[in-house]
Design a protein around this ligand. Structure first.
Ligand SMILES: Cc1ncc(COP(=O)(O)O)c(C=O)c1O
Length: 456
């Protein structure tokens, strides 16, 4: 693999270049080693990365790809962003870790202040730092229980909130997540999400959004609270503004305002999980801003430190834990992660990344809708900003998921130089870095179209 080392000195070419059909010989060796030493998780494509810049990734065989996955919506400012890299490099020589839950340093307080500034709500806020999305949700659960002194919660069918035993109790996007793991945290009841494309009520939510919202609200009030869950036992609702792992599902615009009325009428809390939809992805800093609601607790991770592991919850300051010792961890607010978080927010503001996500999101959507017009198997194009998905169907009327076709498109597009991730039953998400250009989007969409053609 000397050639890979020689290539380090040259910048990555900003174009797709497939020299050897992937996975190439170097990739195959590493995949073999990975399979020998690593436990099974959720691997989807046999791409073995060597280095990356912006929205381009080079693999160990010298192939270059456009990245429409962003490390699962983590490198929102693109790979190895120069300003974020410089900030972390500088910090590496000063202080790495000091246990921010137990001692003090400025970098953590600065990152917390900046998160409070960019999150919705003009009130005092407090932050608790974690290391991942699932831990952020665990912290949110504890805050809600402590504050309300209530034990039950409501989650949504199709939601994803992580895989530890508390957040897993809310996760309801695929049965495999639960297989053999019951019982997890008790006290979570699920209600339908207003999924306009596929929902248990058989309502076309694009044509009849109000009817869909009313059915869900009715379900919660009349059936869930009316027959078996006393609302005064419920601490709060945990919900994604746009369901991520459940298939990039955007609810009708008025849904969260209606939900907030229920929440407030019962003295509950609205906890919004913006682990995947936050940090500029949808063309606003947070997806909840599209829906005109301010959550009581916002749960974050993924993009907040551009790939240095970090999560956080941002809460109204009156929701702070009443005493020290109720919750803590070792790595939360780690110095390098805090510096990366601050540098990420600064770079996003300086480079107007959120505005670019809104603008390029329009362009991406237009290109995807053109594909939908051309290929009958694409049943839906949905999303906001640069959080888009295309859904493959066997039949336009029944909207039956075409899972095999979707998987094939993902693989064939990869062989044509595009990195994609599937989501839900039959969708592919399209989540490039927020600072992508229209030309780079076009490059990726062309590879996607080749993938579709090769799969039909
Ligand atoms: C909305 C949402 N919440 C929580 C999580 C869990 O995050 P993590 O994998 O960092 O634990 C994810 C991960 O995909 C997510 O999309």
């Amino acid at each position: 693999m000397e050639t890979a080392i020689a290539r380090e000195e040259t910048p990555i070419k900003k174009q797709i270049q497939i020299r050897v059909t992937p996975p190439g010989p170097n990739a195959k060796k590493i995949i073999e080693m990975d399979e020998k030493y690593l436990m099974k998780s959720t691997k989807s494509l046999p791409i073995v990365a060597s280095r990356a810049q912006g929205c381009f990734v080079e693999d160990v065989d010298g192939n270059t790809y456009v990245d429409f996955a962003s490390g699962i919506s983590v490198v929102n400012m693109g790979h190895v962003h120069p300003k974020i890299t410089a900030a972390v490099e500088k910090q590496l020589k000063r202080l790495w870790h000091f246990a921010g839950t137990d001692f003090y340093y400025e970098e953590q307080a600065t990152a917390a202040r900046m998160l409070g500034e960019i999150t919705p709500g003009k009130f005092g806020k407090k932050v608790f730092f974690t290391n991942s999305g699932t831990e952020s949700n665990e912290a949110a659960i504890k805050v809600a229980k402590t504050h309300t002194k209530r034990q039950q919660f409501i989650g949504f069918i199709g939601g994803f909130h992580g895989r530890s035993q508390g957040s897993l109790a809310f996760t309801a996007s695929q049965p495999i997540h639960h297989k053999g793991f019951f019982p997890h945290m008790v006290g979570v009841e699920h209600v339908p999400f207003p999924n306009p494309f596929r929902n248990p009520f058989g309502i076309d939510g694009y044509e009849h959004p109000d009817e869909l919202v009313n059915r869900v609200i009715d379900y919660i009030e009349k059936w869930t609270f009316g027959t078996y869950v006393p609302p005064e036992n419920v601490a709060g609702f945990l919900v994604e503004p746009i369901q991520g792992e459940g298939g990039y599902v955007v609810p009708p615009l008025n849904f969260f305002k209606e939900l907030k009325k229920i929440v407030e009428s019962h003295g509950q809390l609205l906890i919004m999980d913006e682990v995947q939809s936050g940090f500029g992805r949808t063309g606003k800093f947070f997806a909840s801003e599209h829906f005109g609601v301010v959550p009581d607790i916002i749960s974050l991770a993924k993009a907040i430190a551009s790939g240095i592991p970090m999560g956080a919850i941002v809460v109204r300051d009156d929701l702070d834990f009443p005493e020290q010792g109720l919750h803590s961890n070792t790595y939360g607010g780690n110095v390098l992660a805090s510096v990366a978080c601050t540098a990420t927010i600064q770079a996003m503001k300086e480079e107007k990344a959120v505005e670019n996500a809104a603008k390029q999101g329009e362009h991406l959507r237009k290109r995807l809708l053109e594909l939908k017009d051309k290929y009958d198997s694409i049943g839906d194009v949905r999303g906001l900003g640069l959080m888009q998905a295309i859904d493959f169907v066997k039949d336009h009327k029944t909207r039956e998921p075409a899972r095999k076709l979707r998987d094939s498109v993902e693989y064939k597009s990869f062989q044509n130089g595009l990195i994609l991730l599937s989501t839900g039953a039959s969708a592919i998400r399209i989540i490039p870095p927020l600072n992508i250009t229209s030309g780079e989007i076009d490059m990726g969409v062309e590879a996607l179209e080749k993938g579709i053609r090769a799969s039909l």
